[in-house]
Design a binder for this molecule. Structure first.
Ligand code: SAH
Length: 222
């Protein structure tokens, strides 16, 4: 049997979690609310099977459907850049494991999270129930169209790379709203972009290089 974090002695687990938070801080995640949320939400619950043992390392890991759970420091930096406040409604495109949505649930009023794989949405929804994260609404859909019925949003986070910020998502952002999105070709290094909607248009700020799986149109097969 593979050793998962649940099999570790409590002291070893506590030390790994401490190192996890230290790594986040040293990579620039300094926002106290973001760090508290990441301390509260246990990444070990969102990573399965052989990779569970590496849940507290600062690296992306494989999840079901050929997708990945993002690197924790990137999750932290994206969450920080999103500047979420407690009254915000947030849309996440790319539920994946559900980890990013769970962190957002600690900071926002409501989180809608969308994935094109039914299976990922089902498994994430089960974890949200177990953790009593009742302010997350997981939905299976092609997120490149956003969620017109629930729009507009205060914040939008895209956790898959698009060649350009998708038009429907820009339209569904409130004035004053912020969207964080990796932009670029899927097989290259992409740029993490912060888009702010102003009264008259959009401001774009390039934050850092990142590498995400591509935003793919249509529903997945599983
Ligand atoms: N935020 C996730 C990691 C996301 S990986 C986490 O915390 O674990 C990127 C996810 O985007 C994948 O699960 C993939 O299925 C999803 N995705 C790609 N294109 C999509 C689309 N058009 N609509 C919705 N989800 C999409």
């Amino acid at each position: 049997m593979t050793q998962g974090p649940e099999d570790l002695p409590a002291s070893e687990l506590a030390e790994r979690k401490m190192r996890f938070l230290f790594a986040l801080r040293s990579r620039g995640v300094t926002d106290a609310r973001v760090l508290t949320a990441m301390e509260r939400i246990d990444r070990g619950l969102f990573v399965r099977n052989v990779f569970a043992d590496r849940a507290y390392e600062d690296m992306p890991l494989p999840i079901a459907c050929g997708q990945t759970i993002s690197q924790p420091s990137v999750v932290g930096l994206m969450t920080q850049a999103l500047q979420v406040s407690p009254r915000d409604t947030v849309l996440e495109i790319g539920t994946g494991s559900g980890y990013q949505a769970a962190i957002l649930s600690q900071l926002a009023r409501r989180v809608y999270t969308v994935d094109r794989y039914r299976r990922l949405v089902r498994e994430a929804a089960e974890l949200f129930r177990q953790l009593d994260l009742v302010n997350i609404t997981p939905i299976t859909a092609d997120g490149s169209h956003g969620l017109p019925d629930q729009a507009p949003f205060d914040r939008i986070i895209v956790t898959a790379a698009a060649e350009d910020p998708p038009g429907p998502l820009l339209e569904q952002l409130k004035p004053g709203g912020i969207m964080v999105v990796p932009v670029g070709q899927s097989d290259a290094v992409q740029a993490l972009i912060k888009v702010t909607r102003t009264q008259s248009g959009f401001d774009y700020e390039e934050l850092r290089p990142v590498r995400f799986v591509p935003l793919v149109e249509g529903l997945g097969s599983e």
